[in-house]
Design a protein around this ligand. Structure first.
Ligand code: 6PG
Length: 486
């Protein structure tokens, strides 16, 4: 029999009690739910009960059978173990003891195609499977994450109130909603993370320009970011960047940012977002550049070989550019804002394309609503995205929303200037730069794609279409160069 801190059955169970799982279990308990808990090795379960029993009612179990027996029906168990094989193993264990109508929820960062497969397999066994993206890191899991559950609608009916009880709340609205069937929840969580990568990278690019362009200290830049956090850029990531920049290394007395190795890691969700975007044919250039920037930063051998060893051309210093520091800071802020707009716009494009492809019917407005709190990309600016979709649910691009278009009026010139300055200073700004190119491509009347079509037709008879009449055409390049309809 499971040991119990209370006699009734649990409304929810958590399997996997590393920090995320344990914090999620505590969050459920603190919000009045009785929580069944299980971990493969009992030390983590024991620690949770000994350290946090006062958070509420837990029912700890030593075996998966006891764990399942301690849940009320329909049984609801959230798995918080490492994505991949560990998740499959736990799903199987649970499925063997669970009964028809019970719900298995995977709260990890699973690849959405795995979620689709798992739901199919689990449904065949009469159970429900819900892939739920959970964002907010360890602190969010404890105090209120943003939750993106997919899976069948019936599961949402049984799960919704429980998830609402632990989610972050913004303006009275819990940051959780049913995203759509099967893999929809994990798909949007993947894109959330892709946007997170781009958001982090644009902040990094702004830092780089202020630090090595305007020669500002990390502490000074921290003040600038804290100031930015009071305006359009108000967001969790800007806020924590200011804190990181203020941190001094106890050992050396230097700013911590100067002693951290500048090689960014990645667990894969950003990369997945880009791979998926490639398959869907959606240009998520900002996310792509952010993923590549991390990869380049980690290519330490290649970087060491290139450092001080490649021609720079005639660069200018900040002084030589004759820039006013306060103006430069404001221009960089605007370039960051504009690039961030592009990143979000592209991320929402990918979500729409994924939703159309899989017939998930994801509502971008709902998504923007639940990203306003709890998650890593939470930002005031998401309110504007909600309004944009309120005004026009079929917006062809977020950039075309009247409010954002108005913002772009004021951002475009500083953005162009900053891209030029970065080039003249020789400072890398891949997302600022590529986002501007994306923007100019999007609004261009003619793109060089006509040349590419001509080339393709020349070497491979791939054919082209014309702007002035229907049909598919080919020029007889190796013949008399007349055009035929094909
Ligand atoms: C979140 C985060 C979280 C995590 C990712 C990204 O939404 O809470 O996105 O899922 O930080 O694992 O990590 P990497 O930067 O290592 O890919």
């Amino acid at each position: 029999m499971p040991m119990s801190t209370e006699t009734s059955l649990a409304q929810i169970g958590v399997v996997g009690l590393a920090v995320m799982g344990s914090n999620l279990a505590r969050n459920f308990a603190r919000n009045g739910n009785t929580v069944a808990v299980y971990n493969r090795s009992t030390d983590k379960t024991d620690k949770l009960i000994s350290d946090y029993a006062t958070d509420g009612n837990f029912i700890p179990s030593k075996t998966i059978e006891d764990f399942v027996a301690s849940l009320e029906k329909p049984r609801r168990a959230i798995i918080m173990v490492q994505a991949g094989h560990a998740t499959d193993a736990v799903i199987n264990q649970l499925a063997e003891v669970m009964e028809e109508g019970d719900i298995i929820i995977d709260g990890g960062n699973a690849l959405y195609t795995d979620t689709v497969r798992r739901e199919r397999e689990i449904a065949a066994r009469g159970l429900h499977f819900v892939g739920a993206g959970i964002s907010g890191g360890e602190e969010g899991a404890l105090n209120g994450p943003s939750i993106m559950p997919g899976g069948p609608k019936e599961s949402w009916d049984a799960l919704g109130p429980l998830l609402e009880s632990i989610a972050a709340v913004v303006d009275g609205t819990p940051c959780v909603t049913h995203i759509g069937p099967d893999g929809a929840g994990h798909f949007v969580k993947m894109v959330h993370n892709g946007i997170e990568y781009a958001d982090m990278q644009v902040i990094g690019e702004a830092y780089q320009l202020l630090r090595f362009g305007a020669d500002m200290s990390p502490a000074e830049i921290a003040d600038v970011f804290a100031e930015w956090n009071k305006g359009d850029l108000d967001s969790y990531l800007i806020e924590i960047t200011a804190e990181v920049l203020r941190q001094v290394d106890a050992e050396t007395g230097k700013p911590l940012v100067d002693v951290i190795l500048d090689a960014a890691g990645q667990k894969g969700t950003g990369r997945w977002t880009v791979k998926e975007a490639l398959d869907l044919g959606v240009p998520t250039t900002a996310i792509g550049e952010a993923v590549f920037a991390r990869a380049l930063s980690s290519s330490l051998g290649q970087r060491a070989a290139a450092q001080g060893n490649l021609p720079t051309g005639s660069l200018k210093t900040f002084g030589e550019l004759g820039l006013d520091k306060a103006e430069f800071i404001e221009d960089v802020r605007r370039a960051l804002y504009a690039s961030k707009l592009v990143a979000y716009s592209q991320g929402f494009d990918e979500i729409k394309a994924g939703s159309d492809e899989h017939q998930w019917d994801v509502d971008p407005r709902d998504l923007a609503t639940i990203w306003r709190g709890g998650c890593i990309i939470r930002a005031k600016f998401l309110n504007r995205i909600v309004e944009a979709y309120d005004n026009n649910a079929e917006l062809p691009s977020l950039l075309l929303d009247p409010y954002f278009k108005g913002e772009l009026e004021g951002l475009i010139d500083p953005w162009r200037k900053v891209v030029i300055y970065a080039t003249q200073l020789g400072l890398p700004a891949p997302v600022f730069t590529s986002s501007l190119s994306y923007y100019d491509s999007l609004r261009a009347e003619r793109l060089p794609a006509a040349i590419i079509q001509g080339q393709r037709d020349f070497f491979g008879a791939h054919t082209y279409q014309r702007i002035d009449k229907e049909g598919t055409f080919h020029t007889l390049w190796s013949g008399d160069r007349s055009e035929i309809e094909s």
